[in-house]
Write a protein that binds this ligand. Structure first.
Ligand SMILES: Nc1nc2c(ncn2[C@@H]2O[C@H](COP(=O)(O)O[C@H]3[C@@H](O)[C@H](n4cnc5c(=O)[nH]c(N)nc54)O[C@@H]3COP(=O)(O)O)[C@@H](O)[C@H]2O)c(=O)[nH]1
Length: 691
């Protein structure tokens, strides 16, 4: 308490202390109160300190006349002593040290209460500050804004920037310490948080590179906060750093993964499209043309199959490197698919410049590759399309360059073609479809539509046929009549068919979870799927995985699939039936149309082919055939469904003959799953209204 005896001594001498210069100029926050803890006066320092730091938290504001409940008990305990030190839960809501002096004057007792300052008077909480400062895991320092000198630094700051030298950084400039630079950095060099604080007067947050004591450049998140002097001017800046190098590294990695091909390290399709878009913008302004080369390695699958995937991967990397060697600085090479690369040649004055690159590329790639000591030969087919003549945007250019590549393949491979519409369209289209179909599943381009199957007697929906659709990125919606036979021919029907089965079963469960009435789901099986000896196991797994009720699943097979090997077929059908699913014969009437064989197979339903339904109203042969199929099916205890019903007349005919169910545009075209759900919902509502 020796620190302030003179204040009390002088105060005791004063006739009216609150008005005195002494009280107003006290270097500590102070207030005068009477014995009842009513405030007589507060000095400017008290106002400044507590009003500014606390107003936001407690709306704390002490005025003459206020009563201070927190002061009362202390005043009572020190009533007997003229000067005393105590602690109170004070104005800021925290326990803090106070010095009290009773001033007896002209018959009244006043109390002078001093709140010792953090620096001068050794406030006990303030004593904790250096310890707290030092315990912070992030480097923190306080900087002088005029000299850029470090006025104080915590342990983490010392360790990061002084390291094993152990030298005290206080007194050094921040540019010497954190940039190893003799001069302060300028805003044009990089974003200096300190200068930004001075410019804006506000707290600044930025990412910044600093050099640590061992010379490593590290990325920090820097927060610089201004400290103001009593005049309100910024005198110091608290500079807090957080090392975010690891975070930045992972952000870099994410960028790398999303924009670059993992195997070759080349830009991927995403980055290629982005770059081409930018090049197109620039070319439009500067009247340059751009060439897009689409490259597909010839017979790469053969290399993979014979020499192994390891060699295949190394070859792809080597091709990427060789391609890069053939290009100029501004050109771009990207890997956009398994063995597909694209090259962008921007800033062309004439198309011939691209022809030179194409020829150089063909020559370079036709030389042997040395893969682990063995010579591997690999040629390439190149398609070439130009902006702006062959396409105005990146999608059109890529599509047309790819199309030209197929033209090159048609011309015998190891060659190139410039995009042209005059071509052997059929062969090229088949190549385009086949290649696209290989990626359709993994790229999520396939989806299902559902066509209602309804009860003939009352139009009530009892089922849905799942029909596969393919949204090709360039060709648009490809009809199943085009891609299902191709899938069958290439064997791709196995993964595609398995996906259709799983997706349809999953959708059936989803509809029921939405509270919709259960309906049967018809799923087409192709000939190749039917011959797959793992088919029964695969379907069992799908039923199990999706949790669909097998009683709601109907597999649709065609007559031709059943005729090959009667015994094997019967065995397979019984196994499938054993899973609890139903079986229907699709397109009935177009094949052998032998109902007798159906006796030997566990078939549930016959679907009468659309071709017979079309002409029902004409009363010709088709009507007779359809009528005969229905009659024979009934005699064999098989249910019937007629496909392709489009008119009321067709419906009437079939209803009269006793055909139980129909499917056709008359009741609904194939539709998206959500639309089918809405249809089911509507129909269920109608039924509850009509009873
Ligand atoms: N193995 C698989 N085959 C499949 C799959 N998905 C479809 N397909 C087969 O492709 C063929 C063509 O199918 P799609 O173009 O979907 O045509 C279906 C209906 O839209 C059409 N239809 C139905 N009602 C009418 C009508 O009133 N008028 C009219 N003009 N067309 C109509 O018929 C097709 C359904 O035929 P079906 O399967 O024989 O019941 C077709 O053979 C599909 O089977 C698949 O996932 N796997």
């Amino acid at each position: 308490m020796d620190e302030h005896p003179n204040f009390f001594h002088e105060a005791a001498m004063l006739p009216k202390p609150e008005d005195s210069l002494f009280f107003q100029n006290l270097p500590l926050p102070a207030l005068l109160a009477d014995a009842a803890a009513e405030v007589i006066a507060v000095n400017p320092l008290f106002r400044q300190r507590y009003a500014s730091t606390l107003s936001s938290r407690h709306s704390f504001d002490i005025h003459p006349g206020d009563n201070l409940p927190w002061l009362q008990p202390v005043l009572q305990t020190v009533a007997s002593e003229p000067v005393r030190e105590d602690s109170v839960i004070g104005p800021c809501g925290r326990r803090q040290r106070v010095l009290l002096s009773r001033l007896d004057m002209e018959g009244r007792s006043l109390w002078l209460v001093l709140f010792p300052d953090r620096n001068g008077a050794g406030d006990r909480e303030a004593d904790l500050c250096p310890a707290i400062f030092d315990s912070l895991p992030d480097p923190v320092c306080v900087l002088d804004v005029k000299t850029f000198c470090i006025l104080g630094a915590n342990r983490a700051f010392q360790e990061k920037f002084a390291g094993s030298t152990g030298s005290d950084l206080v007194g050094s400039t921040c540019h010497e310490v954190t940039h190893h630079s003799p001069t302060p950095c300028s805003l044009s060099e990089h974003h200096c948080a300190l200068r930004e604080v001075l410019r804006t007067g506000k707290t600044v947050r930025t990412d910044h590179l600093h050099t640590s004591s061992d010379g490593d450049e590290q990325v920090f998140e820097a927060i610089a906060t201004p400290l103001r002097d009593t005049t309100g001017a910024i005198s110091r800046v608290v500079y807090i750093l957080r090392d975010v190098s690891d975070k930045c590294r992972s952000a870099d990695e994410i960028r790398q993964l999303s924009n670059y091909d993992k195997l070759t390290g080349l830009p991927n399709r995403v980055l290629f499209q982005e770059r081409l878009r930018q090049d197109i913008e620039r070319a439009g302004r500067d009247s340059f043309s751009i060439a897009v080369m689409f490259l597909d390695l010839d017979r790469f699958k053969g290399i993979n199959d014979t020499l192994g995937h390891n060699v295949g991967d190394k070859l792809l990397k080597a091709v990427g490197l060789r391609l890069a060697d053939c290009l100029r600085r501004h050109d771009l090479v990207a890997r956009v698919g398994g063995d597909e690369f694209v090259v962008v040649l921007p800033r062309l004055n004439v198309e011939d410049e691209a022809h030179v690159v194409v020829k150089r590329t063909l020559e370079s790639l036709s030389e042997a590759f040395d893969i682990d000591g063995q010579e591997v030969f690999c040629t390439v087919s190149i398609g070439l399309a130009f902006y702006p003549n062959d396409g105005q945007d990146e999608d059109a250019l890529l599509k047309n360059a790819e199309f030209a590549m197929y033209q090159a393949k048609e011309h015998g491979r190891n060659t190139w073609q410039r995009f042209s519409l005059e071509t052997n369209a059929g062969a090229v289209e088949k190549l385009v479809l086949e290649t696209g179909l290989r990626h359709a599943l993994e790229r999520g381009e396939l989806f299902l539509h559902y066509q209602p199957q309804v009860r003939t007697s009352d139009g009530h929906p009892v089922g849905a046929e799942a029909l596969c659709r393919w949204q090709h990125p360039y060709l648009g919606l490809v009809p199943p009549i085009k891609f299902i036979p191709l899938a069958e021919e290439t064997g791709l029907i196995l993964p595609i068919g398995a996906w259709v089965l799983e997706e349809a079963c999953r959708q059936s469960v989803a509809w029921q979870e939405q509270g919709l009435p259960p309906v049967r789901i018809g799923i087409n099986l192709s000939g190749r799927q039917f011959k797959d000896r793992h088919l029964v196991d695969k379907i069992a797994e799908i039923l199990d995985r999706t949790g669909v009720d097998p009683d709601l699943v109907e597999l649709e097979l065609t007559e031709s699939m059943l005729m090959d090997d009667a015994r094997g077929t019967a065995e397979m059908l019984h196994k499938l039936r054993g899973l609890g699913v139903h079986l229907a014969i699709d397109d009935f009437g177009t094949g052998y149309s032998s109902l007798s064989y159906l006796k030997h197979f566990p078939i549930d339903r016959v679907k009468i082919d659309r071709s017979f339904v079309m002409d029902l109203e004409g009363g010709g042969d088709d009507a007779a055939i359809a009528g005969a199929i229905i009659a024979m099916a009934q005699s064999l205890n098989l249910a019937t469904l007629a496909e392709g019903v489009e008119t009321e007349g067709q419906l009437e005919f079939l209803r009269e003959r006793g055909c139980e169910e129909i499917q056709g545009y008359y009741f609904g075209k194939p539709m998206a799953a959500e639309d089918f759900a809405a249809y089911l919902h509507r129909e269920a509502g109608n039924r509850s209204v009509t009873g």
